[in-house]
Design a protein around this ligand. Structure first.
Ligand code: PEP
Ligand code: MN
Length: 333
């Protein structure tokens, strides 16, 4: 249950009520928000005089639920770029899997600027499946991204792999990505609840939608309202493609949550040949964003080489996406 308490209460009165209800407290400028376990369906009448609104919830998808907020939340990605709400905006977030060198990331940044894309993605701490693969440039990569942000006026999204470097990532990034393999890392989730920067939370490839959105609840209940959900493919019996993009799941998230939803066709299929078709299907769904991997020379990419589009392929796809966006009354940002 979500309970809005009157702002006229003192913090110690709020804490007493929170303790009685076993609730988490979020302090907003105009109200206190308590979130109790969803098993609580009715509030005792002794609280009537101190409550402004009460929302009984059917599951522990609470702050993220469309039953709580009917309208999608707006999230500011940075530099005036907003998604969600009533914006009808679809953010194209593109760039290489990893920052590999200044030359490589500058080439990507130049492409984004040329196409009018506002958000550049690239990882510096890579959650690889093998300890012997390229692990990312770390802080050096973050500094290169910061340089590109200044030089090309871009928003930067980069991922946090574990809690050891989370402060660095929060400091350097405009948007913090929590990867599929880190979706359950509570150190990361809880710390991301204590910043106001937008968090792009990727769905673990073996998690249910309920588990995925509950991971988002850790961030929201920490006080950070700027959460974006990203479906990036789940593991099924199929092995011809790397993962299976769960578009049904995306439809569920659009309908039943109040958070912007982004799709990642690149990591889902894992092969560049399918990324243009899948991206168009994603755009046609009317989602809040697409995350697409692009590399100046995919053949020599140090991570996810098979799925990255080259600049020409991406530029052609971008033209098609703009036409599709027009057709469904959305604007690419
Ligand atoms: C990535 O975005 O490069 C990445 C590692 O994604 P995921 O966490 O979805 O595997
Ligand atoms: Mn990648």
């Amino acid at each position: 249950m979500i309970v809005h308490l009157k702002k006229s209460l003192t913090t110690s009165e709020v804490q007493t009520i929170a303790d009685e209800l076993k609730a988490i407290v979020i302090t907003n400028p105009d109200k206190y928000v308590l979130i109790t376990p969803s098993a609580l369906k009715e509030l005792s009448s002794k609280y009537t005089s101190v409550t402004e609104a009460v929302f009984p919830m059917s599951s522990d998808i609470q702050l993220a639920s469309a039953d709580y907020l009917k309208n999608k939340r707006e999230v500011l990605l940075g530099k005036g770029v907003v998604i969600g709400g009533n914006t009808h905006h679809t953010a194209i977030i593109a760039g290489p899997c990893s920052v590999e060198s200044e030359e490589q990331i500058e080439s990507s940044a130049q492409l984004m600027q040329k196409l009018g894309i506002s958000t550049l993605r690239a990882g510096c701490y890579k959650p690889r499946t093998s300890p012997y693969s390229f692990q990312g440039l770390g802080l050096e990569g973050l500094k290169l991204l910061a340089k590109m942000r200044e030089k090309y006026k871009l928003n930067i999204i980069t991922e946090v792999r574990d809690a050891t470097h989370i402060e660095e990532v929060i400091e350097y990034a405009d948007i913090i990505q929590i990867g599929a393999k880190s979706m359950y890392d509570h150190g990361i989730l809880r710390r991301c609840g204590k910043t106001n920067k937008p968090i792009l939370l990727k769905r673990g490839f073996g998690t249910t939608l309920q588990e995925f959105v509950q991971a988002a609840e850790f961030i929201l209940s920490g006080g950070n309202e700027n959460v974006i959900l990203c479906e990036r493919g789940i593991r099924t019996f199929e092995t011809k493609t790397r993962f299976t993009l769960d578009l049904c799941g995306a439809a569920y998230l659009k309908e039943y949550t109040n958070l912007p939803v982004i799709l990642d066709p690149s990591h889902a299929i894992g092969y560049a040949y399918g990324v243009p078709d899948l991206s168009k299907a994603c755009m046609a769904m009317g989602v809040d964003g697409l995350l697409i991997e692009v590399h100046p020379n995919p053949k020599i990419a140090l991570s996810d080489a098979s799925q990255q589009l080259n600049h020409e392929q991406f530029s052609n796809l971008f033209t098609s996406l703009k036409n599709l966006a027009n057709a469904i009354d959305r604007k690419i940002v």
